[in-house]
Write a protein that binds this ligand. Structure first.
Ligand code: WT7
Length: 645
């Protein structure tokens, strides 16, 4: 381990922070020793309840069960909008920055209220009731947030599908949760290019007979296909609706949303989150991890199609009454200065992005950053994958001018909110470490025998107790949730990640332990990509692994075996790449395809991915034992023709 440079909390920052080191110690201890009192107080302080809860937590992690505030009632849209109206009806809730730098607008809390109520009434008119699932397939425009909140207002369960997913991926997700209504746009706009969202919806819905309504936002005015029985324009339909809509009282444990994420198998999992616990954790972490202060302008660059967008563009900020910036474009359009120009234009105070973006911008050169005025920035954040110390230091020095603490936030779709993150006024930073657990969070590391490791060490990262925003189920397959997260280490939640704990008790995430890739901060199952590749008539078999990639963190390396009688060529390579994009989306595009006459297999026929990972990562000295392979010579052949990456 190379020497680690510690960046102490700036004293000035600590003196004004919500939580300083003393507060953290005291509150963390209380949250573990007396969780009922701690969480009961937080839930009352942070949320507005229609009916108070009397029970705090029930859990049985052996069964994967947890319930929080289970007899309380509240509505998420009321918490994110209505409760702020008395004090800040005219305050900006959302700043929308379009793909084109000339496009932006502000939406106040009272406008947000009106828009959400109108859409909620439209959903009701189209027959959506409490508990029904609604699919949202949208570009990054304010209507995406309205759609989520309109569902929350009437108790419908939203399933946001990232606009970069293919028609087939969209179809699978709509069918899996039996969504009956889809909200979309004619086209999206990203980096100066259009995304054919409505055309994708049309293709997906050809196989979804239960979908009776598609509500379409006119974003670009492009000509789009139209099914008069099913499709309605957003603007004209909401204009006819009342601007008042009584919120549906929801039980704390009623579902709020489903969000699909990749696992080790080919089929994405519909992670289910419920109402109170989820909202509490994203509200609390928003305030404490970002040290959010009244009037601050907060910008999270994620897409609402991912959990980061759910928790830190929409729910956490709006529940706090904050000003949240929603950005339609990409960090490199029109050029690599865009993020900092947006910071300058809107006087952004906190900026939250992924290491892959930081590395890409770092590669473009400091000039793009330094020519802008970033004096409004107070804090920087990262999320999605481990950040390499070099990128961390660049972010700290060049972007933040050594003035802004960096919070490296570790969490997952399944955790709903940050679980391991520095609180910036309390915890000294070490570049590359997500540092310490948030209140109530009890991480542990497990060894190969399933025993907890004490003190310094490395192992499988688990949680010893539930937290309010823990996953409640995998939609339609509760057993899969138990098998995935609660079986490897009975009585614990297994994250799928490996981690190391240093002598100061800091956590260092080492990456996924399962067959899940993290490409540019996006999770992809190797099995999903393999299934796409073997759809091609010429392919017999495929094995996909990750390899270290300078910008993306991990790149996609596919070993492909062709059927007898087929010869590899450039055209076929391109066809396989196109197939992955078509089946899954452009995030699944393989970076490298290596033609493999054979794959290393055990005598029982299991592919030895460990060996394939080593070859892809050019770690040829540590291939390990290959003598158990059915045919050790395939390894020689793969090494000889290894693609240079
Ligand atoms: C996986 C979860 C959480 C929102 C974005 C991704 C990796 C996430 C960090 C971090 C190291 C991280 C983990 C985790 N990850 N944040 N700060 N340091 N790794 O959500 O798609 O559910 O992916 O992302 O491997 O398990 P997700």
């Amino acid at each position: 381990m190379s020497e680690v440079h510690i960046h102490p909390v700036p004293a000035e920052f600590a003196s004004r922070a919500h939580i300083d080191a003393g507060d953290y110690e005291k509150l963390y201890r209380e949250s573990i020793e007396n969780p009922e009192a701690f969480w009961s107080r937080q839930a009352q302080d942070f949320l507005q309840w229609e009916k108070p809860f009397t029970r705090v937590v029930e859990e049985d992690l052996k069964k994967g069960h947890t319930a929080w505030f289970a007899d309380g009632e509240l509505n998420v849209a009321v918490n994110c909008i209505d409760r702020h109206l008395p004090a800040r009806a005219e305050q900006t809730a959302l700043i929308w920055e379009g793909d084109d730098p000339a496009d932006s607008k502000n939406i106040t809390y009272s406008e947000l209220h009106e828009q959400v109520c109108r859409l909620a009434n439209l959903l009701k008119e189209r027959g959506v009731k409490k508990g029904d699932r609604v699919c949202i397939y949208m570009p990054m425009i304010p209507e995406a947030a309205y759609a989520m909140l309109a569902c929350a207002r009437i108790g419908a369960v939203h399933s946001v599908v990232f606009g970069g997913f293919s028609p087939g991926s969209l179809r699978d997700r709509i069918l899996d949760s039996d969504c009956r209504l889809v909200i979309t746009a004619d086209e999206g706009v990203r980096g100066g290019k259009t995304v054919p969202l409505k055309a994708n919806v049309d293709k997906a819905l050809a196989d979804c007979p239960n979908v009776h309504t598609a509500i379409v936002v006119k974003r670009t005015g492009a000509d789009v296909g139209w099914n008069g029985e099913r499709d309605i324009w957003y603007a004209e339909s909401v204009a006819e609706q009342s601007s008042d809509c009584a919120p549906e009282p929801m039980n704390a444990e009623d579902p709020l949303f489903i969000l699909y994420t990749s696992g080790s198998t080919g089929k994405p999992k519909g992670v289910l989150h419920t109402t109170a616990g989820y909202l509490l954790m994203c509200t609390m972490t928003f305030k404490y991890a970002f040290d959010y202060k009244e009037g601050d302008i907060f910008w999270c660059t994620a897409d609402v199609g991912w959990i980061t967008g759910h928790s830190y563009i929409v729910y956490g900020p709006l529940s706090t009454g904050a000003i949240s910036l929603i950005f339609e474009g990409v960090p490199t359009y029109p050029d690599a200065s865009r993020c900092w120009q947006v910071v300058e234009k809107h006087k952004v105070n906190s900026f939250y992005t992924a290491p892959t973006a930081i590395r890409a911008l770092m590669g473009a050169g400091d000039e793009f950053v330094t020519k802008t005025d970033r004096s409004s920035l107070k804090l920087l954040g990262t999320v999605g994958e481990p950040i390499n110390p070099e990128a961390w230091e660049w972010y700290y020095k060049v972007v933040g001018e050594e003035r802004c603490p960096i919070i490296d936030t570790w969490w997952q779709t399944e955790t709903g909110a940050h679980l391991i993150t520095p609180l910036p006024g309390a915890i000294d930073m070490k570049a590359g470490s997500a540092t310490k657990p948030f209140f109530g969070v009890q991480p542990a590391l497990m060894d190969d025998q399933g025993r907890e490791i004490d003190g310094e060490g490395a192992g499988a990262l688990v949680m010893k107790a539930s937290w309010p925003s823990m996953i409640r189920s995998v939609y339609g397959d509760h057993q899969r949730m138990i098998d995935t997260y609660f079986s490897a280490y009975p009585g614990y939640y297994f994250t799928g990640d490996g981690a190391r704990r240093d002598a100061d008790g800091y956590y260092w995430i080492t990456g996924r332990m399962d067959d899940v890739l993290n490409v540019s901060g996006h999770r992809l199952g190797t099995a999903e990509i393999e299934s796409a590749i073997v759809l091609h008539d010429d392919t017999a078999e495929a094995a996909v692994v990750g390899y270290p990639h300078d910008i993306k963190g991990q790149g996609i390396y596919a070993y492909v075996t062709l059927k007898a009688g087929h010869e590899p060529n450039e055209e076929l390579r391109q066809e396989l790449i196109d197939l992955c994009v078509k089946e899954i989306g452009s995030i699944a595009k393989p970076d490298i395809i290596q033609w493999a006459p054979g794959l290393p297999k055990t005598r029982s026929g299991k592919i030895m991915r460990r060996i394939l990972r080593k070859i892809a990562g050019n770690e040829l000295d540590s291939l390990g034992d290959t003598s158990t392979l059915a045919d050790p010579s395939v390894v020689e052949e793969l090494i000889e023709h290894r693609a240079n990456c």
